[in-house]
Design a protein around this ligand. Sequence first.
Ligand code: BMA
Length: 333
Amino acid sequence: MIPESLFRTSPVITRYPEPVLTCKDVPYDSNLTFNAGVIKENGRYIMLFRNDYGCTREQFEQEGRNFAGTNIGLAFSDDGIHWQVESQPVLELRDEEISRAYDPRITRMDGQYYVCFAVDTRHGVRGGIFSTHDFHHFAPISLSVPDNRNMVLFPEKIGGKYVRLERPMPVYSTGGHFFDIWLSDSPDLAYWGNSRLVLSCRDVPFCNDKIGPGAPPLKTGAGWLVIFHSVDVDPARGKNGWEDAWRKRYVIGVMLLDLEDPSRVIGLCKVPLMAPEGPEEQIEGFRSNALFPCGMILEDDQTVRIYYSAGDAVVRLATASLSDLIALCTEKP
Ligand code: BMA
């Protein structure tokens, strides 16, 4: 068993007290707004968020109904806290093969935006990379083989190659657990290979299930700063959120990767950066006890903003100073 005392939020973190986005902010059908990619450009914040719609908690719990679908919403903000959501969703992928795209992570590179999505298909979950110039039109660039998701693109080429972190799910060989963070590179964003293991969940003392990349890495003088989610399962956990049984807890971890060879972990924080705290994160939400980061921004004053979801239901914001985050990453896996 992992000692419960490990599951504390680091004192370097300050939480904004309220969610920054909930379904009440959305002018179209919306029940859960979460897993948001966020970037800042010319002083304005841009967010793509996952919107699950067409099912209330009562309908889910009492009528056994499920969500009608998932689409992607777009929101803008001047302060990164108060968001204006566009009048319509900007993307919904659904055809005979694909049932939905979700969990957007945004990277800006070479004057273009790239968004990584998890894409549920009839043949498994695939990691998709799309380009967009306006957040309304999305052009597919690549779609991985199943099962892979939680892709994040580095914001520049490294050693002449595009680089991504990703999280394959080798169910057949690992029995549905122990999913690790990997890295692949590409000459053109379409063809990916040279895949290497970055961090194994077995090297994360607060994990007994799986880890996955959180937000696109931030370049710092000390290395690439990477946040990730980490899951521990406890069979004793029962109903927790809307679902009858939800035995997982998602926390947020942090590490540093080598600037030239980002497959090399040069510093890991061996305790969680953030763990669910208080009723809003531990009890409320669709799947409570789940923190899931998809956006990270470095401000001019060297404050890092972390956009994370709580309970697969709302988007929340936490901040920390860059130097404090780097100082946490002291250990080797
Ligand atoms: C992951 C993904 C995320 C979700 C998280 C917590 O496996 O499905 O979209 O936010 O679980 O439920």
